[in-house]
Design a protein around this ligand. Structure first.
Ligand code: GDP
Length: 468
């Protein structure tokens, strides 16, 4: 397929979704006003909402079907697998130098003072810089808060041939090109910042990724997780046993509800009903195409109370959850050994779900979403975040390009000319996004469908030693 076709297909899907966010959001506001004035009018609006959502589902289903019958489905599968194999072989090449004694190295300490999802993102950040600088990643993980013996007891070592951090010359970041061993700090104190940081994807892969995938950076991050999270046998067995014990079956919607220490500090509270409304909508859509025997939810949370609440309020659902969640996710022992298996399993099952409903402010859900990308040619649309758009901690700016002009209708909105660059702050999932117009420096709301993500690229090494 040509790239215009693939991008247009995704743009229409996105446009339908955004139009419905807008129309339903506005109608619900009108409905509230109507209730006070005229019950008949309110009822009428309810009918429009009820028919309208079916109309939306029908359009999305047709677009999904189009991608099944347009003759390119096999190509998408093959292209995704070819691209992934290429990146995995490059990582393998980078990580297994012939002579570790002379190899250039980048040392990364896993023990960033934060949770498991955050540490995985820290590790992936190290790995992208290693890839960008053609240095073998050396992982220091002794005394890891989640497993004292280190990473290698849980996952395969990041290298078969080279794990020794020693070398002829040492330096802190950035060092010189010929410094053998460079230590990388956490991204928060990284200076100077190299061009390889997210949201940048390698220029040599960008044209293929732009055609294949709805959000290339998420695919790119997913590839590093694919390499890093190859389980040790014991971990693999643990996952197998849990799949059987929890009777994990598809279709299933993965729901992650982050509460406790996150709420009020880094994220707002969202009631269970908000998550479940998104789950319902996923199944309503799915039922246009297939019969669904049971509506299943894989529910992960750091708050056991919300799992009990879900089972009480939604008896018509099969709610699968960690039976030991009270122990594994306890706040008191949260960031320690006893919680590792719990969080590995929750992320695993979330990533295997057909669709994710969560808050992207949580790294747990973002990791699951990233891993999910390794399981489909393009899983960019398989989520509903109740708060943030996708981001990567420490990322360089997230830029959108205006594809249509916009004239502000009130003080909260901003003007757009076609081609304007916008630093997007967030999508309000009501038809509008908020951002800063980089041409005018105006900050304000704009209709989400009038702008599109710009794909960021950087000149990464191209690994010509690894055959295409
Ligand atoms: P964030 O704080 O939500 O962005 O994610 P982090 O992974 O950095 O830190 C949160 C930590 O809380 C996790 O690493 C887990 O230890 C725990 N946690 C959060 N959500 C869950 C969950 O759904 N299941 C389990 N088992 N633990 C969780």
């Amino acid at each position: 397929p040509n790239i215009q076709y693939e991008q247009l297909r995704r743009k229409i899907l996105n446009g339908v979704q955004e139009m419905w966010y807008f129309v339903s959001g506005e109608l619900k506001k009108l409905q509230k006003q109507a209730l006070a004035l005229s019950p008949q009018l309110a009822t009428r609006i309810t009918r429009v909402l009820e028919e309208g959502v079916v109309h939306k589902r029908s359009l999305i289903t047709d677009m999904d079907t189009l991608s099944e019958v347009d003759g390119y489905a096999a190509w998408r599968e093959k292209e995704a697998s070819d691209l992934s194999n290429l990146v995995q072989r490059r990582l393998d090449y980078l990580q297994n130098p012939e002579d570790c004694g002379t190899a250039r190295k980048l040392v990364c300490n896993l023990n960033k003072g934060c949770g498991y999802g955050c540490q995985l993102h820290h590790l992936v950040y190290c790995f992208t810089v290693a890839y960008g600088t053609e240095r073998t990643l050396i992982l220091k993980s002794r005394g890891w808060r989640y497993r004292k013996a280190g990473w290698e007891e849980v996952f395969l070592p990041v290298s078969r041939t080279c794990t020794d951090p020693s070398g002829q010359t040492h330096s802190h970041w950035p060092g010189r090109k010929d410094t053998q061993v460079v230590e990388l700090p956490i991204v928060d104190s990284l200076s100077p910042r190299p061009p390889y940081l997210p949201l940048a994807v390698p220029k040599d892969l960008a044209p293929r990724l732009a055609r294949l995938h709805g959000d290339p950076i998420v695919w790119w991050i997913g590839q590093f997780l694919k390499f890093l999270l190859r389980p040790q046998e014991a971990t693999s067995n643990m996952i197998q046993e849990a799949s059987i014990k929890r009777d994990f079956k598809r279709p299933v919607v993965g729901v992650h509800i982050r509460r406790t220490d996150k709420v009020g500090t880094e994220a707002a509270f969202h009631p269970l009903e908000e998550y479940m409304a998104a789950v319902d909508e996923y199944y309503n859509l799915l039922e246009m195409k297939q019969k669904v025997d049971r509506r299943r939810v894989y529910l992960a949370s750091d708050d056991p109370k919300v799992i009990a609440e879900a089972r009480r309020k939604y008896p018509e659902y099969d709610i699968v959850a960690d039976p030991d969640v009270a122990k594994t996710a306890a706040v008191s022992t949260r960031y320690s050994d006893s919680s590792l298996n719990g969080i590995i399993l929750d992320i695993h099952f979330l990533s295997l779900s057909d669709y994710l409903v969560c808050t992207f402010s949580s790294q747990v859900c973002r990791v699951a979403y990233e891993i999910m990308q390794t399981l489909y040619p393009d899983a960019a649309r398989r989520f509903r975040s109740l708060d943030d758009v996708y981001y990567y901690g420490g990322q360089s700016s997230h830029i959108q390009v205006a594809v249509l002009p916009h004239h502000a209708r009130d003080m909260n909105e901003m003007n757009l000319e076609q081609g304007d660059l916008i630093g997007i702050a967030g999508n309000h999932w009501d038809g509008y996004s908020k951002g800063k117009n980089l041409r005018t420096n105006q900050i304000g709301l704009y209709p989400s469908f009038k702008a599109q993500d710009r794909i960021e690229t950087a000149d990464f090494p191209t690994y010509p030693q690894v055959p295409l």
